[in-house]
Ligand binder design. Structure first.
Ligand SMILES: Nc1nc2c(c(=O)[nH]1)N[C@H]1C(S)=C(S)[C@@H](COP(=O)(O)O)O[C@H]1N2
Ligand SMILES: [Mo]
Length: 256
């Protein structure tokens, strides 16, 4: 294992059972692009020559993944915060479409709809949201696609907002609908986490279009895809709301 890795020459044939295990690992690692045998060899530091070794590596990775998840998924810890100097410049844009297709939102007509298990279903203006107590954190956004970046998001703690609308915080889920057909949802403990924000600002300015104007969720304890941008509706529910990527096989919890 510690010797320099010889280059793999012939492609490795996977048995159907190994392929199933590899696919399940891909899902559990949230790897969209797919984990190749070559990448597996790199991750494991092994030169995979035969089926028997492939099995061993798959099992080792599976156990490693379970350990990492157990460590990650254990509650209400705070995500690490960073200094302004550590912010990624420029911050990357990501969506299920290219930058040309960022939704064009009419600010004047914008209102955030509220529905589900809440006392007050009146829509919210951006002004109204700005009058609530604000918080700002410099945190790292981690995307399943294999990049991460440090940015600063400011806005209303989602907990504060949920309290203002009289949300039933014993409900299981908080769901979000976006202007671009995207949608996602959070478990209630994460929605109430002190660093979970309804973000209005990026750095010192109002959220630019590419980062989710005029309102996004910023959850530093979750993967990037659980940070919906361009939010137009928030709802509280006991029915599992899923999400755009979640419904395509990505792990719904995807965080700590
Ligand atoms: N509305 C909407 N929100 C979204 C997405 C999207 O396609 N549409 N992509 C998600 C993904 S996969 C990531 S990694 C982050 C990227 O946020 P950024 O563009 O600010 O880097 O937004 C998330 N929120
Ligand atoms: Mo992402």
């Amino acid at each position: 294992m510690n010797e320099p890795r010889p280059r793999r020459t012939a492609p490795i044939k996977l048995e159907p059972a190994q392929r199933t295990e590899l696919e399940s690992l891909q899902r559990r690692h949230f790897l969209r692009g797919g984990l190749t045998v070559g990448a597996m060899a790199m991750l494991s530091g092994c030169n995979l020559q035969d089926g028997d070794q492939v099995d061993k590596v798959l099992w080792a990775m599976s156990r490693w993944n379970d350990r990492v998840q157990a460590w990650l998924f254990n509650g209400q810890r705070l995500a690490p915060t960073y200094s302004k100097a550590q912010m990624t410049q420029p911050f990357p844009f990501n969506a299920f479409y290219s930058e040309d297709d960022i939704p064009d939102i009419d600010v004047a007509g914008y209102a955030l709809a509220v529905s589900g298990l809440v006392r007050d279903k009146a829509p919210w203006t951006l002004e109204g949201l700005r009058k609530l107590p604000q918080r700002s954190d410099i945190t790292r956004l981690i995307c399943v696609e294999g990049w991460s970046a440090i940015g600063q998001w400011g806005g209303v703690p989602l907990k504060t907002f949920l309290e203002h609308i009289g949300a039933d915080t014993t409900a299981k889920f908080v769901g979000f609908k976006c202007a671009d057909r995207y949608y996602s949802s959070l478990d209630m403990p994460t929605a109430l986490h002190p660093q979970t924000l309804l973000a209005l600002d990026y750095g010192e300015i109002a959220l630019p279009p590419e980062y989710g104007y005029p309102l996004r969720v910023r959850v530093p304890t979750k993967l990037g895809f659980k940070n919906p941008k361009h939010i137009v509706e928030i709802f509280v529910s006991n029915d599992y709301p899923g999400g755009y990527w979640e419904d395509q096989g990505y792990n719904w919890f995807s965080g700590i």
